[in-house]
Design a protein around this ligand. Structure first.
Ligand SMILES: [Zn+2]
Length: 249
């Protein structure tokens, strides 16, 4: 039986059984097998893979595995540190638009609070998520490995278990998008951009207690919601400061 040697790097190891992590291992195969097919059958969703080297040369997902091949598989952005290789995709990965699974409500809320465009809806089916992701070039955020294995998925991040802060930090680090953060610029409810609005324009709608201490307001014209720096804001700001690594004030 033909045999190929595999090695997975960084967090791609999380998808492998313990004895195969961070080490070379051999895998036998029969017939014509694409590299994408073999990687997925080993448990790693292709959407998390950005670079594959076979015997030191980068190959595409459709490469047919040969007997004796040495395969190195790198996650998204890990490959930024490897020079002189071609990326698997011709569309840039550094996109900052997302579509999230409906069970990631806290991540959606905090990513929007950081200013990122995150589309989400309670009734999104996996098919719809993939369709919107492709049409609008949105990176899929999901806790479902199954979803990331669909062949039409090109950009996706598997959300690992952890606290919301840890999960968001990982997204920011993977995509290197901390520079794009614009806190409290987007509606937490509907994802639209907020506008600054004068106190007098919305005076009738502000509770008197708030009016007394707050002068800055933002307004979402899509869902007609007014935002100000109240109790919820302070709580969110504390979480965001921790995500961004700022000391608590
Ligand atoms: Zn809104």
């Amino acid at each position: 039986m033909p045999i190929a040697t595999f090695r997975f790097y960084e967090e791609l190891n999380d998808f492998l059984p313990r004895h195969r992590r961070k080490t070379d291992f051999q895998e036998g195969f029969t017939g014509r097998r694409s590299i994408k097919d073999m990687i997925e059958s080993l448990g790693v969703p292709h959407a998390e893979v950005d670079l594959i080297l076979v015997n030191g040369e980068s190959v595409g997902f459709d490469y047919i595995v040969q007997d004796g091949d040495r395969v190195s598989v790198y996650p998204i952005f890990e490959s930024l540190y490897i020079q002189n290789v071609t990326r698997l995709r011709n569309i840039p990965l550094r996109r900052t638009k997302f579509i999230a699974d409906s069970n990631l409500r806290k991540i959606v809320k905090y990513m929007r609070a950081l200013g990122f465009d995150v589309f989400s809806h309670p009734s999104l089916s996996p098919q719809k998520i993939i369709e919107v992701s492709k049409k609008e070039n949105r990176i899929i955020l999901t806790m479902s490995r199954k979803l990331l294995k669909f062949k039409d998925v090109t950009h996706g991040i598997f959300i690992r278990p952890g606290t919301t802060e840890e999960q968001i930090k990982r997204i920011l680090d993977l995509l290197d998008i901390r520079k794009s953060i614009k806190p409290f610029s987007r509606c937490l409810r509907c994802n639209s951009l907020l506008k600054t609005v004068g106190k007098e324009e919305i005076a009738a709608r502000i509770p008197p207690k708030v009016k007394a201490f707050c002068d800055d307001y933002s307004y979402c014209s899509s869902c007609d919601k007014i935002y100000w720096e109240g109790i919820h804001f302070t709580e969110m700001k504390r979480v965001i400061d921790r995500i961004l690594g700022h000391p608590e004030s």
